[in-house]
Design a binder for this molecule. Structure first.
Ligand SMILES: NC(=O)c1ccc[n+]([C@@H]2O[C@H](COP(=O)([O-])OP(=O)(O)OC[C@H]3O[C@@H](n4cnc5c(N)ncnc54)[C@H](O)[C@@H]3O)[C@@H](O)[C@H]2O)c1
Length: 149
């Protein structure tokens, strides 16, 4: 008699969407997820990122898909998604003056569209804090630790 474990069959490989996956943080996350056995969909429009960051994954990983798309417009990803990783705000202050409207649209509409997609797919949504709030939190924590005001 087969054990209950055998009846369930092999565990389904999880599939994740990484928005802005061709950027600095996103491409490292894609690499990590692939190493952990995920199917990874990377969505980016390369406005500040580089295709070179993800090209090696396309060449060597059958589990990796790249979609060239602007997140501030409607997003659709065919198939199931278990997790959506969304990088909610631009990273480099150098870009703030160069592409301010694109940044605002990506931060607002892009986040909205990513959340809608996660909701529609029943996927877990995760978005790291922007660099500035991370820094602010660290400063607050160290000020408390050191007793500084
Ligand atoms: N780099 C850090 O040290 C650091 C630290 C903490 C938090 N963060 C946060 O992580 C996030 C990503 O930072 P990063 O350093 O990877 O930035 P990055 O500029 O390298 O990557 C951002 C990516 O988003 C893409 N992109 C921008 N607008 C888009 C749009 N409308 N549609 C599709 N793709 C779009 C860009 O092409 C790029 O590939 C930011 O929210 C940043 O604040 C970064």
């Amino acid at each position: 008699m087969a054990k209950a474990k055998d009846k369930a069959g092999p565990k389904k490989k999880p599939r994740a969407l990484v928005t802005r996956g061709a950027g600095f943080v996103g491409s490292h996350l894609c690499e990590r997820l692939l190493a952990e056995g995920y199917g990874v969909v990377c969505m980016d429009n390369l406005i500040t990122g580089s295709f070179e960051n993800v090209a090696p994954f396309l060449a060597h990983e059958a589990a990796f898909e790249y979609i060239d798309h602007d997140l501030s417009t409607y997003i659709d990803v065919p198939g199931e998604l278990d997790e959506v990783y969304h990088f909610a705000s631009p990273a480099s202050p150098a870009d703030f003056g160069r592409i301010p409207i694109e940044i605002l649209k990506t931060g607002s509409l892009g986040t909205h569209n990513s959340l809608e997609l996660a909701l529609a797919k029943g996927a877990r949504f995760s978005s790291p804090p922007p660099r500035r709030s991370t820094a602010t939190r660290s400063c607050t924590r160290s000020a408390r630790t050191t007793g500084a005001t």
